[in-house]
Ligand binder design. Structure first.
Ligand SMILES: NCCCC[C@H](NC(=O)CCN)C(=O)O
Length: 410
């Protein structure tokens, strides 16, 4: 790398940091507004409108509201630099903004939206005056709703929203900073038992108890759990358990999440779980219906080059990456994105010991003190994008890593 090139990259990184700092109040007010108006997956109308307004106020962004999904959006900027006819390098940033039932932004998706917006605005500032980049560059921000439920990114993939994106960046709040954490595959099972109602005291022998089936199913799964591999997960709730103690429940409904690191393990786990659900139906005389209401979320593919660039940029900003992150291990529809576009989904600390999906985490995600960590994450992501757009060798390595990671999955 020529020293002039290094200087240019550093200059761009300084520009983006200055820009993010200059917008810090506006960015905080964006995430705080989303935090104050929590909306469930697929219903993020307020967050959608707020983010659309955020990008529309700068007329250099082309903004498409309701992009392919009612609460998704797209904001694009560029291309800038490069030669006529050169392929454009399209850098994507993702904003999530759905909340959880009852506990609001307990997963900090308001901060994911802020990171995506800040990183994109920062990269734009870094690119604005560049005339000699190796390729023309454009920026695409996608507002991707419904991560906690429904798999918004999967719907957007199927609708072609990622087709022209070359690199994709987002970051998720957690307990520690980590440039990579795999996240595991998840599939949902919805189980419905159909029995027969009867007066529970007068004619119990006439009833077929769907709640008994649900309880047995729950117990069967609990017994199964001790025979599962340590990194498999199965957990569920009884969503509908009957109407009244003196009516034998004719209908019950359970929702279970099944998770494994590998797809082939998921097939084994599904077969075992299904046997548990059917056995409960057999024992009680109920009919059972088992469906998968949402698409499978895949594991996140690693990208070693992006992860190492993110770590060195993060360290330059004072981020500490523990040697052995014990970070959060849920699932995300970003996994599916990572199979079609090279990308990175680091986790970041937000100045709390609280755990995701708790009321304490909701509190932390709206707090002023999370801002330093949120904006520093946005800067590190944006700086990583600068490295790749300025250096064709790095872009090639990112693409090679992507191909290799996919091959290793087979
Ligand atoms: N269809 C259910 C998907 C649940 C996804 C959820 N994701 C997270 O908690 C991570 C980020 N919000 C989960 O892992 O339970």
């Amino acid at each position: 790398m020529l020293s002039g090139d290094m200087e240019k990259r550093q200059q761009m990184k300084d520009d983006l940091q200055r820009c993010i700092d200059a917008h810090k109040d506006e960015l905080h007010s964006l995430s705080r507004d989303i935090w104050s108006n929590p909306e469930l997956a697929g219903n993020e109308k307020h967050a959608h409108d707020r983010l659309v307004r955020f990008f529309s106020q700068d007329q250099t962004w082309t903004v498409q509201s309701h992009y392919k999904l009612p609460t998704a959006f797209k904001a694009s900027w560029g291309p800038v630099s490069g030669g006529v006819g050169d392929p454009v390098l399209n850098v994507g940033f993702l904003c999530e903004y759905d909340a959880l039932p009852g506990i609001g932004h307990a997963c900090g998706h308001n901060l994911i939206a802020e990171v995506g917006a800040a990183a994109a605005v920062g990269l734009k500032a870094a690119l604005e005056n560049q005339t000699e980049l190796p390729l023309p560059v454009k920026i695409t921000v996608l507002g991707t709703p419904a991560e906690e439920e429904l798999g918004g990114k999967i719907e957007l993939i199927n609708a072609g929203a990622f087709a022209d994106i070359d690199l994709v960046f987002m970051a998720h709040p957690a307990q520690q900073d980590a440039s990579f954490h795999p996240c595991i595959i998840i599939e949902e099972m919805l189980v419905k038992y159909y029995g027969k109602a009867s007066h529970a005291a007068a004619y119990p022998w006439e009833g077929v108890n769907a709640l008994d089936a649900a309880v047995l199913a729950y117990s069967n799964i609990s017994v199964l759990r001790q025979q599962l591999k340590p990194d498999w997960r199965i957990h569920g709730i009884i969503k509908h358990g009957g109407e009244k103690p003196n009516i034998i429940p004719a209908y019950t409904e359970l929702e279970f999440y099944l998770r494994t690191p590998l797809l082939k393990d998921l097939c084994d786990l599904k077969a075992k779980a299904e046997a548990c659900f059917r056995a409960a139906a057999g024992a009680t005389g109920c009919q059972v219906e088992i469906t998968a209401p949402t698409p499978t979320y895949y594991n996140i593919l690693p990208n070693a080059t992006l992860a190492s660039l993110y770590e060195s940029n993060g360290k330059a900003l004072g981020i500490h990456f523990p040697e052995q992150p014990t970070s959060f291990c849920g699932s995300t529809d970003f996994g599916n994105v990572s199979f079609i576009v090279p990308g990175i989904h680091p986790f970041f600390y937000i100045c709390t010991d609280a755990l995701n999906h708790t009321e304490e985490y909701t509190e932390a995600a709206g707090a002023e003190k999370a801002q330093l960590y949120t904006l520093r994450t946005a800067k590190a992501l944006s700086m990583t994008a600068v490295d790749v757009v300025c250096c064709p060798d790095l872009l090639k390595k990112v693409r090679d890593d992507f191909r290799l990671a996919k091959l290793k999955q087979k």
